[in-house]
Ligand binder design. Structure first.
Ligand code: B1M
Length: 211
């Protein structure tokens, strides 16, 4: 079994120690961080996602897989975020109120940090007040909003409206599995990204357009 398959398997089986060990080995072997991420860690999480959907595994297994994935992510995070890149701007990002999913948001954060942005993590279950407070405290150029549930997507509209009312110049980017470009446009967001890498491209584009 290849080292990427090993990482994937350890995420699927929720073995955090092994996921970390194999991720470390992959780094030592010189595999690209994006390959480790997409073909190892995320690939494992996708398998668990499918099994969860089909009731083949339940919440405890999913939580264990998420923990294993985070352990692997912690190994590669310094490689993505390191390299002393000049700060490009400030992005404050959170998962909306009522929603506890943070794996995708954390990936977006890692990619943004890797691209040279300072990122303020507002965590999960973040009410709109938290986004507004972050604007006061950190003066971000971009607000990122994540939602993984169809029931919490509606919160995004409230956050976008509140952010725009507080500061019309701030750009808002939204994402998460149930979110679509059409929905993003309907709620007045400035950008939509389907995945963490695209979130960087969209953020770059939005900031280029304002400067
Ligand atoms: Co949840 N869950 N979950 N869950 N969970 C989903 C989302 C679900 C699709 C599973 C299913 O039924 N097939 C389903 C939602 C259905 C729906 O609304 N359409 C669901 C459900 C129903 C629930 C509960 C209600 C289950 C229950 O209790 N009965 C419950 C809700 C809890 C709550 O939030 N209030 C729940 C709980 C959980 C766990 C706690 C067990 C765990 C979360 C652990 C954690 O995040 N720390 C969990 C997980 C892990 C999942 C699945 C299996 C995986 C999600 C994930 O991490 N994917 C998920 C099924 C699935 O997606 N296949 C599921 C990997 C991640 C890398 O992808 O998050 O999509 P994703 O992020 C991507 C892009 O979407 C994008 O970039 C990321 C990287 O490429 N992106 C952005 C994300 N945010 C972005 C922001 C951006 C831009 C891009 O800009 C700001």
């Amino acid at each position: 079994m290849s080292i990427l398959e090993q990482i994937k398997e350890q995420v699927i089986s929720g073995n955090a120690n092994k996921a970390r060990e194999y991720t470390e080995s992959a780094v030592v072997e010189g595999l690209a961080v994006s390959t480790i991420l997409n073909d190892g860690l995320i690939a494992g999480m996708n398998v668990i996602g499918g099994r969860f959907k089909n009731n083949q595994v339940y919440v405890p297994e999913v939580l264990m897989a998420a923990r294993a994935m985070h352990t692997g992510l912690a190994v590669i995070k310094p490689l993505i975020a390191g390299a002393g890149l000049k700060e490009k701007g400030v992005v404050a990002i959170g998962t909306v109120k009522g929603d506890l999913h943070d794996i995708g948001k954390n990936l977006v954060i890692m990619m943004l940090e890797g691209a040279g942005y300072k990122v303020i993590d507002l965590g999960v279950d973040a009410p709109r007040e938290k986004f507004l407070q972050a604007i006061e405290e950190h003066h971000p150029q971009v607000i990122g909003i994540s939602a993984l549930l169809t029931t919490t997507m509606t919160q995004m509209k409230e956050v976008v409206a509140a952010v725009k009312a507080q500061c019309g110049e701030i750009r808002v980017i939204v994402g998460g599995a149930p979110v679509t470009p059409k929905f993003a446009s309907e709620i007045g967001a400035d950008g939509y990204a389907a995945d963490a890498a695209s979130a960087v491209d969209v953020t770059n584009r939005l900031l280029e357009a304002t400067t």
